[in-house]
Design a protein around this ligand. Structure first.
Ligand code: NAP
Length: 294
């Protein structure tokens, strides 16, 4: 039986520590970490994500704001809102929930966030710091995966890690983090994507697989070798007439065929997902104590 990498347990521990540190920061310096959340439009999934982040802020003793803007808001109005928060000393982290409505240029908006308040780490300054291995904000999902490796003593040094997916949010940054020349990384990394020919040729040789594709059950048992460590980032909704909701959430990995061959594996849900919010909170706390000020 593989080790089940339990993101719920690890994220809970991280949040408990942040709660203690936050109380101490407030008692000693009168500072509360502050997170501003911007939601533009009527995307129901985004509404759920933003509420979850706000709820976690409240649980940890953070100051938080949710600003909701109409679907037809202009790019200028969104940028003005971000600039206001850039100047607000009570706000240490700014998060723009993606996707944005189509009239708004995502790059220009993310580029407006001060790199010192960029807790999602999408600003080019922070992306660049990850590339060259400088300390700074790290995108929440990849950083959460690295926390899971550390917690479960999964050694990456000299291992062959295969990342499937090359998004700016998950695939590229996790590949970069595993590639860093330090004791928590130092893996040999292969990145696969939609133009890769015969992905199983790579996954069959992988010691570690990170699946960040967005295709339900993409990786199956025939594609992996015995003893592989599998991190399933995917969150996919598929029809399930047996469920009262009519659907269920599955990952990018076919758990039932892969788990018997794996030495360790993340479930979906309950693996990578809970880590993402925990790291967002950690990034906001670190911003409040100016750990990564440029
Ligand atoms: P994305 O931006 O859509 O990127 C998907 C990547 O997978 C792309 O690089 C794409 O290749 C590649 N891909 C798609 N179909 C493929 C195929 N058939 N064969 C090989 N590669 C293929 O997605 P993302 O934002 O990285 O998210 C990936 C998954 O993770 C989604 O299910 C998302 O919901 C989930 N997610 C979970 C969390 C969490 O907190 N757990 C956070 C973020 C995302 P090309 O570049 O060639 O198009």
């Amino acid at each position: 039986m593989p080790t089940i990498i339990d993101g719920k347990v690890v994220s809970q521990k991280i949040k408990e520590q942040i709660k203690i540190d936050t109380q101490k920061l407030f008692n000693e310096k009168g500072i509360k970490p502050g997170l501003a959340l911007l939601l533009v439009g009527n995307n129901s999934a985004s509404e759920i994500y933003v509420k979850m982040k706000d709820k976690t802020c409240n649980e940890l003793g953070f100051h938080s704001i949710i600003e909701r803007m109409d679907e037809d808001s202009s790019e200028e109005a969104v940028i003005n809102m971000i600039n206001k928060w850039n100047e607000d000393p009570q706000i240490h982290g700014i998060l723009v929930q993606l996707p944005l409505p189509k009239q708004i240029n995502e790059f220009r908006v993310l580029n407006t966030i001060s790199p010192n308040k960029d807790v999602d780490a999408f600003h080019p300054a922070n992306v660049g710091k990850i590339m060259i291995g400088l300390p700074g904000f790290v995108p929440c999902t990849p950083a959460g995966i690295m926390e899971l490796f550390e917690h479960y003593n999964i050694d990456l040094i000299g291992k062959h890690a295969v990342v499937i997916g090359r998004s700016n949010i998950v695939g590229k940054p996790i590949a970069n983090l595993m590639l860093q020349k330090n004791k928590n990384a130092n893996a040999t990394v292969t990145i696969c994507h939609s133009a890769t020919k015969d992905i199983s040729k790579y996954t069959k040789k992988a010691d570690i697989i990170i699946a960040a594709i967005g295709v339900p059950n993409f990786v199956n048992g025939n594609m992996v070798k015995d003893g592989v460590v599998v991190i399933d980032v995917g969150i996919n909704r598929i029809d399930d007439p047996t469920s009262t909701k009519g659907y269920k959430i599955v990952g990018d990995v076919e758990y039932d065929s892969v788990a018997p061959k794996a030495s360790a594996i993340t479930p979906v849900p309950g693996g990578v997902g809970p880590m993402t919010i925990a790291v967002l909170m950690k990034n906001t706390y670190n911003s409040a104590i100016k750990k990564y000020e440029i």
